[in-house]
Design a protein around this ligand. Structure first.
Ligand code: ZN
Length: 81
């Protein structure tokens, strides 16, 4: 299990995304479902006027969204901490 929350950084002018949910991935690796990572996806949207937001994967893991190059960028320092 991940000890910290996930963060997805969206480039400027990007409003929607699909990424791998690492929390799902960790769970699936733990149960040796080796090929199922393809289903470990999280999709979300972040409006252009927003710097931060949240997305939730199909299994309910929360993912923090940060707009790159804006005020949220300082938060990246905690990404791997
Ligand atoms: Zn998940």
């Amino acid at each position: 299990m991940l000890a910290t929350e996930q963060t997805v950084v969206l480039p400027d002018r990007v409003t929607s995304f699909t990424a791998v949910c690492h929390a799902c991935l960790e769970e699936q690796l733990a149960t040796l479902e080796e090929d199922s990572w393809i289903g470990a996806r999280v999709s979300g949207e972040l409006w252009l006027e927003d710097d931060t937001g949240w997305a939730t994967c199909a299994r309910g893991h929360r993912v923090r969204l940060i707009r790159a190059g804006r005020s949220g960028e300082h938060l990246l320092g905690s990404r791997y901490g």
